[in-house]
Design a binder for this molecule. Structure first.
Ligand code: C5P
Length: 239
């Protein structure tokens, strides 16, 4: 199957996981113009709110925003949350949990602004088979991810957040136009931390990812902009 991630840059969304406004602003200024994409999530949003998000993105040049809030509630509540976000912030990407079900995803999609792409989280990249079994789900992990991704597609979502280990499977199952946003990315030699299902940036792109989410390997470096440039320089984007 022909698939080129080059058509839909930016490739990397750098996760700014901090509650601190000054630190997020500094990182956004340093990293945004290099990667072209930034991700703000629960840690920052719950500390600084929508206003903080808007102000940080002002420092990031033209970088696209992935607002990783992972909504999971009844359809009416999630639709309301999506509407509130899209009325204020209009991120390039927003997400909900696929396990919230088809009705919830459809309601979220209907509430989404036209310029915002809605993704579904399949299974968190910090969970492995054992951790999932502890929550009472016994289907094998790839099967469950595929099932959730297909449900997201049928519900009208634009793509999913998935682990690198499921990229090839989902590209086959969901086709060339379904967006695969992939966290749990670790350049060669970087520490995995709490991520269990990791892959290098190049391998993830070769497998068919559209976008990579990379946090600590960039934000934890002495020079974050240089670390981001190093990762980009090592990518063969035509892979
Ligand atoms: O620092 P690191 O590269 O591990 O950051 C990964 C980011 O991606 C974190 O912000 C995490 O919340 C997010 N994420 C994830 N797994 C998912 C969805 C989002 O790691 N399934």
């Amino acid at each position: 199957m022909h698939f080129s991630p080059v058509q839909d840059l930016p490739v990397i969304f750098c996760a700014l996981d901090t509650p601190d406004f000054e630190r997020a602003g500094l990182l956004a200024r340093q990293i945004g113009p290099v990667t072209g994409g930034l991700k703000l999530g629960l840690e920052f949003f719950n500390a600084q709110g929508p206003e903080g998000v808007l102000r940080v993105m002002e420092a990031a040049g033209d970088a696209a925003l992935f607002l990783d809030l992972k909504f999971h509630d009844i359809p009416n509540t999630v639709a309301g949350a999506v509407r509130s976000i899209c009325g204020r912030i209009k991120p390039a990407y927003l997400n909900v949990h696929a396990s919230g079900g088809a009705d919830m995803m459809r309601a979220a999609k209907e509430a989404c602004a036209p310029g915002t792409k809605l993704l579904a989280v399949t299974i968190l990249t910090s969970l492995d088979e054992e951790a999932i079994a502890q929550t009472g789900f016994h289907a094998c992990l790839p099967e469950r991810v595929e099932q959730l991704a297909l449900l997201a597609k049928e519900s009208g979502l634009d793509g999913v957040v998935c682990s690198a280990h499921e990229i090839a499977l989902l590209r086959r199952a969901c086709g060339p136009d379904f967006i695969l946003m992939v966290p749990g990315i670790r350049p060669e030699g970087a520490e995995a931390g709490d991520q269990k299902r990791v892959m290098t940036p190049q391998s993830a792109l070769e497998a068919g990812a559209n976008h990579l989410v990379i946090g600590r390997p960039i934000t934890g470096a002495r020079d974050p902009a240089e670390a981001a440039r190093g990762i980009l320089a090592g990518l063969d984007r035509a892979a």
